[in-house]
Ligand binder design. Structure first.
Ligand SMILES: [Zn+2]
Length: 103
């Protein structure tokens, strides 16, 4: 099941829009963040800079591959540092849902 009709296999299709490692600012809180593609072809906002692995809960640890792809580490506990998704640390309040009451 090809993701995009007309895309040639063998040569990575360059998605339009964000660029791996491209700096941006979160639209919700304005904090600096970086775009990285994931193995599933989605784009993820990562916090800039590395975090000690021990400070990041399992399942929220990411590594950046040599080509800029964000690779989820799952429950692995590598030594050293990892990256975290900005979504997990975004200071902005969650998008308001219908029926939600803001305190
Ligand atoms: Zn944010």
């Amino acid at each position: 099941m090809p993701a995009g009709a007309g895309a040639r296999p063998g040569r990575a299709a360059r998605p339009r829009g964000p660029r791996a490692g491209g700096r941006t600012a979160c639209r919700r809180c304005g904090a600096a963040a970086e775009w990285h593609p994931t193995l599933r072809g989605r784009w993820l906002l990562l916090e800039p800079g590395e975090r000690p692995v021990s400070a990041v809960p399992p399942g929220r640890r990411w590594r950046i591959a040599g080509d800029g792809t964000a690779v989820g580490l799952g429950r692995a506990f590598p030594s050293g540092t990892c990256r975290v998704s900005h979504v997990d640390g975004c200071d902005a309040p969650p998008v308001s849902l219908p029926g939600a009451v803001a305190g």
